[in-house]
Design a binder for this molecule. Structure first.
Ligand code: KG4
Ligand code: ZN
Length: 343
């Protein structure tokens, strides 16, 4: 049994966790920065990086104390090395390197997306490779065939905004505040999905995503003054769900050998998204796996778990490993027009 210290700092959550290779999360400490970013309506990279500097070390100390272990008992240190806001990534990765060096432990540089991609295997011991993964977060919207640790085939990506980004931008337009996803979901519960909004790329042969046009349509619907914020929120959420479903159906035809449909990333916390995907999986004779909500949004347990999976596969990294603002999970994936323009 291996014990891994996981560190996460790639966006606006600072977190440290102690995770074992037999799927126990012995400790998880997380500090969000929502209050610091709220006045700006979005994450300010410089503010995020400074906050990581202040809270990461105390969080690690607290997590070790919670788990009742010392650094000497840890087998490896796993830190997010990208992709993400580079200032924050550097704080976590340098901290991981310093601890690894001081304690004489191996370092594991984890791709944040791999953390999300493998997180369902932490919560579900029966989830075997390969599986079709819909990875929907604030920065990414991808369909991946997860073939094994370090083996990811990207079947689709977004040509403009990520799904979570669309939630966040629409929330801002509708005056629902930050972070947008949960606020839109709460408003949608009170509304009726009757505002006509587009379903970008629905029906197109490649399973890629697009959400920029949907956000613009939300701006226009709001400006028209005809609909309530709740009705627009409900209609927007329905449009996102329709797009995710249509694109996932398209990718299913290419996910050879997959026995499960898996959703991960912050948008996987959305109840309407989860329900729709669960129904789709059932209709296709696939298992449906979605991690618990706390494991969907950014956290360090998923980084510790990805570290445990990599450690078991003998994948550790040298102390000069780079921090990467951009880091595709599938280096062989073809460039898609319009895709990857955002951090
Ligand atoms: O995975 P995550 O915590 O961070 C990234 O790696 O991006 O995802 C954050 C994203 C944000 O865009 C947030 O608005 C969205 O996930 N999100 C949601 C919900 N909870 C978080 N979107 C829709 N419904 C939710 N309940
Ligand atoms: Zn994330």
């Amino acid at each position: 049994m291996a014990l891994i210290l996981g560190l996460e700092s790639s966006c606006d959550e600072t977190a440290a966790a102690l995770v074992t290779s037999d799927r126990q999360v012995l400790a998880h400490r997380l500090a969000g920065q929502e209050a610091a970013h709220r006045p700006f309506g979005g994450v300010v990279p410089e503010i995020a990086a400074r906050a990581h500097v202040e809270v990461l070390a105390p969080l690690i100390e607290a997590a070790l104390a919670d788990a009742g272990v010392t650094l000497a008992e840890v087998d490896a240190i796993a830190a997010t090395a990208g992709p993400g806001l580079i200032g924050g990534v550097m704080v976590g990765l340098v901290t991981g390197k310093a601890l690894a060096h001081a304690a004489g432990k191996p370092l594991i540089a984890v791709n944040h997306l791999e953390g999300h991609a493998l997180s369902p295997r932490l919560s579900d011991p029966d989830l075997d490779f390969p599986y079709l993964l819909l990875l929907v977060s604030g920065g990414h919207c991808q369909l991946l065939l997860v073939e094994g640790v370090n083996r990811y085939r990207r079947l689709a990506t977004t040509i403009d905004d990520a799904a979570g980004e669309a939630f966040d931008k629409s929330a801002k337009v509708l005056g629902l505040g930050f972070p947008g996803g949960p606020a839109v979901e709460a408003a949608a519960r009170l509304g009726r999905p009757m505002v006509p909004l587009p379903r970008p790329l629905k029906g197109s042969p490649e399973p890629h995503f697009s959400f920029a046009g949907l956000k613009s349509a939300v701006v226009r619907a709001h400006a028209a003054g005809t609909w309530s914020v709740e009705d627009i929120a409900a209609s927007f959420q329905q449009a996102v769900v329709d797009c995710l479903l249509d694109r996932t159906v398209r990718a299913l035809g290419r996910a050879h050998g997959a026995t499960a449909l898996v959703v991960a990333g912050g948008v996987a916390a959305n109840g309407a998204v989860r329900t729709a995907l669960a129904d789709l999986a059932a209709a296709n004779g696939l298992r449906f796996v979605a991690p618990p909500l706390w494991l969907c949004t950014d956290n360090a347990a998923m980084i510790g778990w990805a570290g445990a999976e990599r450690f078991a596969a003998g994948l550790t990294d040298p102390l000069d490993v780079a921090a990467r603002p951009r880091w595709p999970l599938d280096p062989g994936a073809e460039a898609v027009r319009g895709a990857g323009v955002k951090a």
